[in-house]
Ligand binder design. Sequence first.
Ligand code: MLT
Length: 322
Amino acid sequence: MISIKSVLIADEIEQECVDLLQQNGLKVDKKIKQTEAQLCELLKNYDAVIVRSATKITAKILESTAGSLKLVGRAGTGVDNIDVKAATLHGIINIFVSGPLLKNKNAGNSRSAAELTCTLILSLARHVPSAHSSMKDGKWARKDYMGEEVYGKTLAIIGLGRIGQEVASRMQAFGMKVIGFDPIVSADEAAKRNIALKQLDEIWPLADYITVHVPLIPQTKDLLNRETLKKCKAGVRIINVARGGIINESDLVDALDSGHVGGAAVDVFTEEPPTFRPLVDHPKVICTPHLGASTIQAQQRVAVEVAENIVNLNNGTGLFGA
Ligand code: MLT
């Protein structure tokens, strides 16, 4: 049976995580903003490391700490900042919150990501950020910010997991028609949530708004690109609170410049902080600095969930106390 006695916290994580681990007799240290080389040395002294999204647990780190490090915990959804292949090779367990094994209906940080998505959809429809900036500049430009109702518009949700479903129910309350794509959700399951399941090629020409809620994997990299954007309705609005790289940033800027895409709201970037300024600086783009999971409630939940998972593993009760 696995036994975790010492944990390094390598990113900013709420104190609840530290408290819970310490109350259960684990030694916990916190060292953030460590380089790859520093982590290669440091993690030789710990059984587990907990990260959020800033720290990348690379193959090099996993290789240098093989034999000592036993577990990588992610206080977030998915494991895309962890080299899972290398971890598996070295017998290192990966755990993350909001995973398919989750029994806790509070859903880690999914609700917060869904709420930010809905905020951005409405902000795009009503030009809230630019109207706000204009007023702060001393203007009263009512004519410049004519918006549109989202009522009756079609929202396409690519990825009908926990976050996608939470976005659907909230935007349905605004009267949006929801269509979606997910390779592992059946049409019947989607229909129970009033979502019309479609193939991607059917979705592009139908959607007024497209939001992506999929992990960044080879199959989803550049999912929205020059070709797929061309198939979309003129004026479509695109939202990405999932992962940078799912939408090709330079193709998106071209489509915004040509007017084919009417606007975009972007919370996540291919590189973070973003180095591709034409996207961030574009007048039709609303952007936020990877804030999907940044709420007090979500951060408390993920901190506790990741710690509970480690304690449960130590107690032999399995993940989520199963
Ligand atoms: C997540 O994937 O859960 C979030 O992006 C984590 C974070 O905000 O660091």
